[in-house]
Write a protein that binds this ligand. Structure first.
Ligand code: GDP
Ligand code: MG
Length: 597
């Protein structure tokens, strides 16, 4: 059958171990893209991704490779590289038969080496380990090969030692893909089943779905049905993707490609859904589909109320390419009209904020992110709260539950003590400690998601001089002594500053906010009292003393340009202010609250 020569695979690695560089070399070696067409790190095509060095959106690239006189089709499916996008990674892997596990020979096995490996194993993939960066003076290929070999049950001597940077031994990897990864199995006689592993919105053509045909045949003119969402569309084009879209008459079982069907309703398309033939539907969708639910929420408000419509349009456009992003309108007394927005994680939130700023040029204020709380009401019902300001009055509920995660902290053993102290401070419960090798340890903790949202990752990095890594998966909700802390400016609660917090941490947090806001709120023509309060009881206080600010007083003499510069600077500063009651609060103040915990 024709699919004997197909190999579908992904590259998985810890961040910076060389996944994108290896992908570039393979694209070059197979002449999929000519050298002068070749951009660096072709797969990371969004600016933002390139800057952050992470691949956010997956794509598939078809390469042709000749081995022993035979032509093979190698479909390389790129996966997002961050813990926030685990589900998308798992769907991309589900489209493959094999995975190349890249390990930096100077760093060894790291947190995401393991988490990605586990995802690949869950998807029954054949794994080919590869040691990269052997050109580095600090590389220890033999030592790392032994560890990786033990982990996978793979002969350490047969693990390719490569340099993705120089191209050394990259052919060995291509040969192993052909030799070790099985050809796809599938039945062309069966009704169509195609896995949607990624989708991108194109304003002219609608949603472009990236798919893997598992069974059956897909061609233009067919009416397809999305099995989970029920959306039905007539296919206008199918094809494969190398540098650009290559239309083909049909896609058959085992093939990876794209499908166009004028899909304009984004909510019809869900990653992990199964496409079938509406006229001859499959009985069951493919396994593994999940609804992706946001893990954290934050309010997004335009700094200038006039920008509300622009912000809404920008969010709508972003959602087209980011099915995990969700939002609904919300009103804040302090900030006016905005949106309560749900994200997969903090990184996802930062990406969205940056894109709003860069691509859409809307100035926004974001509130302190929070998790979703389960509030058990006195009448026995349960209410889900996505915003602290929506928490009912304390007299109306019995208790609150918060989400936990199973966290794996990966650390050199000398930092184990520091990591444990950090986790205790963050209300964590110790589970286990395992050795990866003689120098590295995995600590497992049960931690409240709200605690790792703030500075946890930064603290972990600084306490371990950058060596520790973190990975987590959601677990269950647990009851805790949680309270709502309000921040008042001159007696008025600023809803955007309210947080739900553990009672034991409320005082420290409230004091820190009072001190911080005192520095950040500029002096005004009257005293500004800043107070932290729980249920009307004041627990902290600071005051910004009144003063009349005269920037020009600082310039004596006739330096006109300096005066003008100062005035312009002040005007610029004003733009980033938000009036709350009678008090002007700079945007910085909202952001600064984020760095507290
Ligand atoms: P990714 O995060 O796994 O996609 O990693 P990248 O491919 O972006 O590589 C991370 C960094 O390592 C980049 O600066 C690469 O230039 C560098 N790098 C990748 N492969 C090699 C290699 O074989 N040798 C050396 N010396 N550097 C490499
Ligand atoms: Mg990369």
């Amino acid at each position: 059958p024709q699919n004997n020569n197909i190999r579908n695979f992904s590259i998985i690695a810890h961040i910076d171990h060389g996944k994108s560089t290896l992908a570039d070399r393979m694209i070059e070696l197979t002449k999929t893209v000519s050298k002068n067409e070749m951009m660096n790190q072709l797969l990371d095509d969004m600016d933002l991704e390139r800057e952050r060095g992470i691949t956010i959106k997956a794509h598939a690239i078809r390469m042709v490779y000749e081995k022993d006189g035979e032509e093979y089709i190698l479909n390389m499916i790129d996966t997002p590289g961050h813990v926030d996008f685990t589900y998308e990674v798992s769907r991309s892997l589900a489209a493959c038969e094999g995975a190349i596990l890249v390990v930096d020979a100077s760093q060894g096995i790291e947190a995401q080496t393991l988490s990605n490996l586990y995802l690949a194993i869950e998807n029954d993939l054949t794994i080919i380990p590869v040691l990269n960066k052997v050109d580095l003076p600090g590389a220890q290929p033999d030592h790392v090969a032994q560890l990786v070999g033990d982990l996978l049950g793979y002969d350490p001597d047969k693990i390719p030692r490569i340099s993705a940077k120089t191209g050394l031994n990259v052919e060995q990897v291509l040969d192993k893909i052909v030799d070790e990864i099985p050809a796809p199995k599938g039945d062309s006689g069966k009704p169509l089943k195609a896995l949607i592993f990624d989708s991108v919105y194109d304003s002219y053509r609608g949603v472009i779905n990236y798919i893997r045909i598992v069974e059956g045949t897909l061609k233009a003119g067919m009416k397809i049905r999305m099995m989970k969402t029920g959306g039905e569309y007539v296919v206008t084009e199918v094809g494969t993707f190398s540098m650009r879209r290559d239309p083909r008459p049909e896609l058959t079982e085992g093939m990876v490609g794209y499908v166009l069907a004028n899909v304009k309703t984004i909510s019809d398309v869900k990653i992990g859904d199964t496409l079938t033939d509406a006229a001859n539907p499959a009985e069951e969708p493919l396994p593994g589909y999940k609804d992706v639910l946001p893990m954290i929420y934050s309010g997004i408000y335009p700094i200038d109320p006039e920008d509300y419509k622009d912000l809404r349009e920008a969010l709508e456009k972003l959602r087209l390419n980011d099915s995990a992003l969700c939002w609904e309108p919300e009103t804040s007394e302090a900030l006016g009209f905005g949106f309560r927005t749900g994200f997969l994680g903090l990184l996802h939130m930062e990406i969205v904020q940056e894109r709003l700023d860069r691509e859409f040029n809307v100035d926004i204020i974001t509130t302190v992110p929070n998790v979703e709380y389960h509030v058990y009401m006195s009448d026995g019902s349960m209410v889900k709260i996505e915003s602290p300001s929506k928490l009912p009055d304390a007299s109306r509920y019995d208790y609150i539950e918060e989400p936990y995660v199973k966290a794996q902290i990966f650390t050199p053993k000398e930092y184990v003590g520091a990591m444990m102290t950090l986790c205790e401070e963050k209300r964590g419960t110790f589970e286990t400690m395992e050795y990866i090798d003689e120098t590295k340890v995995i600590l497992k903790y049960d931690l409240p998601l709200a605690e790792i949202m703030f500075d946890f990752y930064d603290r972990l990095k600084s306490l371990s001089r950058g060596y520790a890594g973190l990975d987590y998966t959601p677990s269950e909700y647990k009851r805790n002594n949680l309270v709502k802390l309000d921040i008042l400016l001159n007696g008025d609660p600023v809803d955007a500053f309210s947080v739900i917090i553990h009672r034991d941490k409320a005082n420290t947090y409230a004091n820190a906010i009072c001190v911080k806001l005192k520095d950040l709120i500029p002096r005004q023509q009257f005293d500004v009292a800043i107070q932290g309060a729980i249920g009307g009881k004041i627990i902290s206080r600071s005051t910004v003393k009144a003063v009349r600010k005269d920037v020009l007083a600082k310039c004596y003499g006739g330096d006109i340009t300096r005066k003008r510069k100062l005035l312009e600077k002040q005007k610029e500063g004003k733009k980033r202010m938000k009036s709350i009651g009678s008090v002007e609060v700079p945007q910085k103040a909202f952001l600064a609250v984020l760095s507290l915990s």
